[in-house]
Design a protein around this ligand. Structure first.
Ligand code: FES
Length: 533
């Protein structure tokens, strides 16, 4: 495995080892961890609060902003501005002052493509607001992600990523929809997400030094249940299967949102309508972000999550469906699972003697396995014969102890079972769409994998256990959170809105529950082996 560079951060007499991918500034690297430095500007070198002492390693050249903010003597003593340094490899820094703890972080590297966050900005600007800003929001079942952009230039200004607080009412959408049958609980579920979006914006306002009253437009995407629960209406319809393929009105109903969030009172709040009861506007946003219907065909798009949405573009027709992904990719039902957050084992490799090595996201203390780590581990154990194709430990054990740094994680049979069920449902979804479209999955010329996997999913491992179609690796793209990238497109770009309208008008929705071949395909795809074409 290629060695992942490490920032050794000294703070409060302790030493924290933080893995990172070279490219972003030290501030951005730290913002994805629990060690955020103080700041009051968008990382422009303007506030001078993000000071660190550089002790070892290359942090890149000293910038004019650092000369201005720090001066000769402090620079000679090793002081730097974290937003101006770009570590290219291992480095040691002393953190001089941390920001107050927050539930909001910058998304892990690779979760969102930087290029996708900067589409051409050509929508009419909101009137009456000088230098207006816009916010894109992806309301996911497990996480909320927001992006703040300059509406005039399209320049991305801030990103935030945090847990969806509705999780305390249930990990999956059905549990939350059932809970929301009680109007008091429905009101609390709606308020929880609204307040979380407000908290994320307040965090951006304070840390990036942005005036939230400049926010003149908000574009929201999400799966249908999340949008309906946020709007506080029509969610009860989603418990009726007859409604699943019908459009559902999830438009914001409450004009008080803008004042709750402290943004411009006249701000447009646009919730992109879902395609149907079980296919949300997060899928639509993903199609826009990846331009699925403009590239090579046949092409498949799979947005992995608790509700995994799948699209197939034949070159003429767009087919869409959704399959129950369950908790396998994000939290897991056993003790090992966790989302792609600091401390997650996101990559597992095995040496020639079968010894595993773990890469830990933004930290040195393993707290659990995220989806990509789980896929690596299960594929590795399958190759070694420790797991059978039916997902049983060949020696009859109930778990596998994975040594990760100074921790031992336990891969529970329940985690393997959840992964099998998720890939069974997704594989069956792909099989049903391919069959409807008359396409063999092995003939797909483009396969886009989206979701919290970011760019960490090992394609060969995913294919070995049947999570992705068995096509040449160069036909597979790891796209990260395409829903947020698409929401940024809808916020800024006329082309994106036209593309979304085209996809909406042409999409044919397939309800897997009513497909005669689904059960057989599900059973076939439960096995830990390459996907059947
Ligand atoms: S100067 Fe670095 S964040 Fe403001």
């Amino acid at each position: 495995m290629t060695a992942v560079p490490v920032i050794t951060a000294l703070f409060d007499g302790k030493c924290h080892r933080l893995t990172f991918d070279p490219g972003p500034s030290l501030r951005d690297i730290l913002d994805a961890t629990d060690y955020r430095v103080r700041s009051a500007c968008p990382g422009l070198g303007a506030c001078g609060l993000c000071r660190v002492r550089w002790l070892a390693g290359d942090g890149g050249p000293i910038t004019p902003a650092e000369w201005l903010q720090l001066g000769d003597a402090p620079l000679a003593e090793g002081l730097r501005l974290a937003c101006q340094c770009r570590p290219g490899g291992d480095a040691t820094v002393e953190l001089l002052s941390l920001a107050a703890p927050s539930d909001w972080h910058v998304p892990p590297a690779g979760l969102i493509s930087a290029a996708a966050l900067s589409p051409a900005s050509d929508r009419a600007l909101p009137s009456g607001i000088a230098h207006p800003l816009g916010v894109a929001v992806d309301v996911g079942t497990s996480h909320l992600t927001i992006a703040v952009s300059d509406l005039s230039s399209g320049r991305p200004l801030a990103l935030r990523f945090g847990r969806n607080p509705q999780g305390r009412y249930g990990a999956d959408v059905v549990t939350r929809l059932v809970a929301a049958e009680d109007p008091a609980v429905a009101a609390r579920l709606a308020a929880a997400v609204r307040e979380a979006i407000g908290a994320a914006l307040a965090d951006v306002g304070a840390r990036e030094g942005l005036d939230l009253h400049r926010i003149g437009r908000v574009a929201i995407v999400g799966n249908t249940a999340m949008l309906a629960l946020l709007a506080g209406r029509n969610h009860q319809l989603l418990l009726q299967p007859s409604q699943w393929t019908r459009p559902l009105d999830c438009a914001p109903a409450d004009a008080a949102w803008a004042s709750d969030w402290g943004i411009a009172a006249e701000a447009d709040i646009e919730a992109e309508p879902p395609l149907g009861g079980f296919v949300g506007s997060d899928l639509l946003a993903g199609l826009v972000a990846t331009r699925l219907t403009e590239g090579r065909a046949p092409a498949a798009f799979i947005d992995f999550g608790t509700n995994s949405e799948i699209a197939l573009w034949t070159g003429e027709q767009l087919w869409v469906t959704a399959a129950a992904g369950g908790p396998a990719f994000e939290t897991g039902p056993g003790r090992a699972g966790m989302p792609a957050e600091p401390g997650a084992v996101y990559r597992v490799t095995f040496d020639g003697a079968g010894r595993p090595a773990c890469a830990i996201l933004a930290g040195d203390r393993a707290r659990g396995l995220c989806g990509s780590g789980l896929v690596d581990l299960v594929a590795g154990l399958r190759r070694a014969g420790t797991l059978t194709a039916t997902g049983k430990f060949s020696g009859g054990e109930a778990s596998y102890p994975l040594s990760a740094g100074d921790q031992t994680l336990s891969l529970d049979w329940r985690d393997v079972d959840a992964l099998q069920r998720a890939k069974g449902a997704i594989g069956a979804g792909i099989a049903v769409l391919c069959s409807r479209a008359g396409v063999a999955s092995a003939d797909l010329r483009r396969v886009v994998a989206a979701g919290l996997f970011g760019r960490y999913l090992d394609v060969a491992n995913a294919q070995a256990i049947g999570l992705l179609p068995d096509v040449a690796a160069d036909r597979v793209e790891l796209a990260g959170n395409t829903a947020l990238a698409g929401a940024v497109g809808l916020l800024l770009s006329r082309r994106a809105r036209e593309e979304a309208a085209r996809c909406r008008a042409g999409a044919r929705l397939v309800n897997l529950a009513r497909e005669p071949g689904f059960d057989e395909a599900f059973l076939e795809n439960l096995y830990l082996q390459p996907m059947v074409s």
